[in-house]
Design a binder for this molecule. Structure first.
Ligand SMILES: Cc1cc2nc3c(=O)[nH]c(=O)nc-3n(C[C@H](O)[C@H](O)[C@H](O)COP(=O)(O)OP(=O)(O)OC[C@H]3O[C@@H](n4cnc5c(N)ncnc54)[C@H](O)[C@@H]3O)c2cc1C
Ligand SMILES: *[C@@H]1O[C@H](CO)[C@@H](O)[C@H](O)[C@H]1NC(C)=O
Ligand SMILES: *[C@@H]1O[C@H](CO)[C@@H](O)[C@H](O)[C@H]1NC(C)=O
Ligand SMILES: *[C@@H]1O[C@H](CO)[C@@H](O)[C@H](O)[C@H]1NC(C)=O
Ligand SMILES: *[C@@H]1O[C@H](CO)[C@@H](O)[C@H](O)[C@H]1NC(C)=O
Ligand SMILES: *[C@@H]1O[C@H](CO)[C@@H](O)[C@H](O)[C@H]1NC(C)=O
Length: 486
């Protein structure tokens, strides 16, 4: 009779041969190296990683909840040794369809590396690679300062930064990438380096716009802007316009000169069950440190051409900065299928937007509000002054001055059998935008792109230089899951 110990020993010896050899050797390589707080979650297959969209969701055999820099390094090294693919995740919001992860592969979940530390002056902040916009916004507000972040609470701060990071504050302070002092990065080899304007400056350049191709940011030093609590807010809210005003409002937004404190968004959405009546909603934003009275007066003056068109409802008001993202919480809901096609435009064409409104209402009617009622169209416009001054070649993000308006069509549903209908509607909307964009190419913000764009649409003129940096920093193309350069 063999002892229990030897049976277990035998099982361990046999498993790699019978089951998944690569996966098992990843596990046996990693387990002894992990820190105490880290967690390795395995199930030979079907470990679904909860993400914003379930469309083209991937399964992986391993999720590593990392807790230290060394955990990240070990995860990369062991994946390399085992010959499996890996992918870093923070907020889980990326919707692009460029993944190829399989059941032996590894997700490096950075969410627990979310520490946030301000310096004494509150002019700099060290942000963990897994921190979310919510965590960063709350910590900044509590410390009487501001940090440039994306506009939705659920987004990973570094996830957004890898692509550029559009923020309501960008008219005054630029993109998130313009607020990075340095990154601490785990490279494809597992080596850890710093990247800044003075250290590995080429990597620092590449990671600000094409970050997903180059490394995993374990932490970053970002700029912060001290702001006393009484002034730490902005004027924001929703205006509802009747649908007959679409052409006029679109034209007014197109004509509006956005000064540095302004940003403006609009949406085709609907009022929900039972009727799913389409709604045209405009959300202006004004970064004002003033009190409610002063901020409202300044903002209404800035957006006079929009108010002149007589909204039917108006919820705009001065709001403390830790509550400014509240209006976008419904957009953060995880799960469901969300097929999302983004495009950029140099102009807004009222006729195109009328056609898209008609298509949106038809899409709801034909497929039923109960099935596709969360679907929406969105448009974002920011003041580009600050970003333009930096110049298109100041970072890898190629479209800082080109993409005046960013738009996304999101088909949002649960029933898999609607995949084809959803793709056909949302991609048609994108075709309509592209046809009247007034731009030379189909330039698209990487974080809003669908996944079928050309490399030039995503990286512009920077493709050759990025590819040459890629061959230096990641010669074996380990970072190949998000708009891979090779
Ligand atoms: C609800 C919602 C709101 C959004 N709002 C905005 C917005 O206001 N402004 C804007 O610019 N974009 C916005 N986006 C787009 C957003 O920037 C992208 O979806 C981004 O990729 C999400 O990052 P994440 O960390 O949440 O997602 P993830 O899927 O976890 O990661 C996205 C990509 O970044 C990589 N990555 C994540 N963390 C790291 C890290 N620490 N180091 C290296 N690579 C990393 C991943 O490998 C992946 O390639 C929004 C998206 C959604 C769904
Ligand atoms: C891993 O992290 C996720 C959050 O990103 C959490 O939901 C999950 O419970 C963690 N798993 C373990 C085993 O700690
Ligand atoms: C300030 O930020 C730190 C993180 O640096 C956080 O722990 C703290 O709660 C915040 N608030 C105050 C009032 O310090
Ligand atoms: C926008 O500008 C164009 C060209 O000057 C003008 O024809 C149009 O009426 C303007 N739109 C609005 C809503 O004022
Ligand atoms: C608000 O600010 C304005 C302009 O700075 C000032 O004149 C006014 O007295 C302030 N009102 C309140 C209630 O603080
Ligand atoms: C842009 O995309 C459209 C399809 O949406 C295509 O017809 C057109 O040729 C593309 N334009 C360029 C310049 O690539």
């Amino acid at each position: 009779m063999p002892s229990l110990v030897s049976v277990v020993g035998l099982a361990l010896a046999i498993v790699p041969v019978i089951a998944s050899p690569a996966g098992t050797s990843f596990e046996s390589c990693l387990r002894p190296k992990l820190s105490k707080a880290a967690k390795l979650i395995t199930a030979q297959s079907d470990v679904i990683v909860p993400r914003w969209t379930e469309y083209k969701e991937f399964s992986t055999g391993h999720i590593v909840n990392v807790s230290t820099e060394a955990d990240v390094q070990a995860s990369v090294q062991c994946a390399n040794q085992a010959g499996v693919q890996f992918f870093a995740q923070s907020g889980g919001n990326a919707w692009a369809t460029t993944w190829s992860l399989g059941e032996n592969d590894v997700v490096i979940n950075l969410r627990h590396m979310n520490s946030i530390e301000f310096n004494m002056e509150r002019t700099l902040v060290k942000v963990g690679g897994g921190a979310t916009v919510a965590e960063l916004t709350d910590a900044a507000y509590a410390n009487n300062t501001q940090v440039v972040t994306a506009n939705c609470n659920c987004v990973g701060a570094m996830g957004a930064t890898m692509g550029a990071g559009y923020s309501r504050m960008m008219g005054e302070r630029g993109f998130m990438i313009d607020n990075i002092v340095s990154f601490r990065v785990v490279l494809a080899s597992g080596e850890i380096v710093d990247a800044s304007s003075t250290t590995n400056a080429d990597l620092w350049w590449a990671m600000r716009g094409a970050g997903g191709n180059f490394g995993i940011v374990v932490s970053s030093i970002m700029k912060a802007y001290p702001t006393p609590a009484a002034q730490n807010g902005a004027w924001v809210g929703n205006l509802i316009f009747s649908e007959d005003k679409i052409e006029n409002v679109v034209s007014a937004v197109n004509n509006l000169t956005l000064t540095s404190k302004m940003a403006i968004f609009f949406y085709f959405a609907n009022g929900g069950a039972p009727d799913y009546t389409p709604v045209f909603m405009v959300t202006p934003f004004y970064l004002s440190g003033g009190n409610t009275t002063a901020a409202t007066a300044e903002a209404r003056k800035a957006f006079a051409s929009i108010f002149d068109l007589a909204p039917e409802a108006d919820t705009t008001t001065w709001t403390p900065y830790n509550e400014v993202n509240a209006g976008s919480e419904s957009f953060c809901v995880t799960g469901n299928r969300k097929v999302s096609y983004g495009a950029a435009q140099g102009q807004l064409d009222p006729t195109t937007w009328r056609a898209i409104y008609t298509d949106y209402t038809n899409f709801l009617t034909e497929n039923g509000g109960d099935n596709v009622g969360s679907s929406l169209i969105l448009m974002e416009a920011y003041s580009l002054q600050f970003a333009e001054q930096k110049g298109d070649y100041s970072s890898a993000y190629a479209w800082r001055s080109t993409n005046r308006f960013n738009t996304v069509a999101i088909a949002w549903y649960t029933d898999e059998s609607l995949d084809e209908t959803a793709n056909s509607w949302a991609s048609q909307v994108r075709d309509d935008w592209r046809a009247t964009s007034g731009l030379k190419s189909n330039s698209t913000y990487i974080n809003f792109a669908f996944g079928d764009e050309s490399l030039e649409d995503i990286y512009g003129d920077n493709v050759p230089i990025l590819q040459s940096l890629k061959s230096y920093y990641d010669p074996q193309n380990k970072f190949n899951q998000f708009f891979p350069l090779v």
